[in-house]
Design a protein around this ligand. Structure first.
Ligand code: F42
Length: 144
């Protein structure tokens, strides 16, 4: 078994810890927004270690949209590279944990639809895109 390496960022690490320790009944929303969060367990592209990344929950039928916004930071979050290298993840939504396969959305029409869905679920995403010149990467996680 590869080792699990918790996030170096304290509030993120704490959220993952509470979310998982409670079996998905606590720590499931983003701070004061109260909006729901999922946890994507992914594989480090260099270390091969297990990484757990909380993201906003954007549902599209049985699938989830994963938005690499990182608050509009100039660089992509590292998990984006992890998913590009290893698309097999485990996705926790509350008490439900399922294996999923991730693909990056490159089709413009599909991306436009999913972006709209993402902004509806979490309005700050729109703001984040205006803060950075990079194109925020969008992925879809589908049941494996
Ligand atoms: N981030 C988003 O981008 N979108 C969201 O919708 C979102 C929602 C959200 C909700 C709740 C919450 O608690 C956090 C949320 N975040 C959201 C933040 C998100 O969870 C990540 O913390 C953030 O996107 C940054 O991702 P990151 O993968 O860059 O994480 C950093 C802090 C990190 O863990 N860095 C590690 C480190 O040691 O510096 C490296 C992790 C890693 O995967 N390393 C790789 C490996 O092989 O292990 C390779 C490293 C390399 O050098 O390439």
């Amino acid at each position: 078994m590869p080792e699990y390496i918790p996030s170096p960022v304290e509030w993120v690490r704490n959220q993952v810890e509470l979310y998982e320790r409670s079996g998905g009944t606590e720590g499931t929303t983003l701070r004061e927004t109260g909006l729901p969060v999922i946890i994507v367990t992914n594989t480090g592209n260099k270390t091969g270690a297990i990484r757990k990344t909380p993201l906003m929950r954007v549902k599209d039928g049985d699938s989830y949209v994963l938005v690499g916004s990182q608050g509009g930071a100039p660089k992509n979050p590292v998990w984006v590279y992890n998913l590009r290298t290893n698309p097999d993840v485990e996705l926790r939504d509350g008490t439900e944990v399922r294996p999923m396969r991730v693909r990056e959305v490159t089709d413009e029409t599909e991306r436009a639809r999913l972006w709209e869905l993402s902004v509806a679920a979490f309005p700050p995403y729109a703001d984040y895109q205006t803060r950075t010149t990079r194109r925020i990467p969008v992925f879809v996680a589908e049941p494996a």
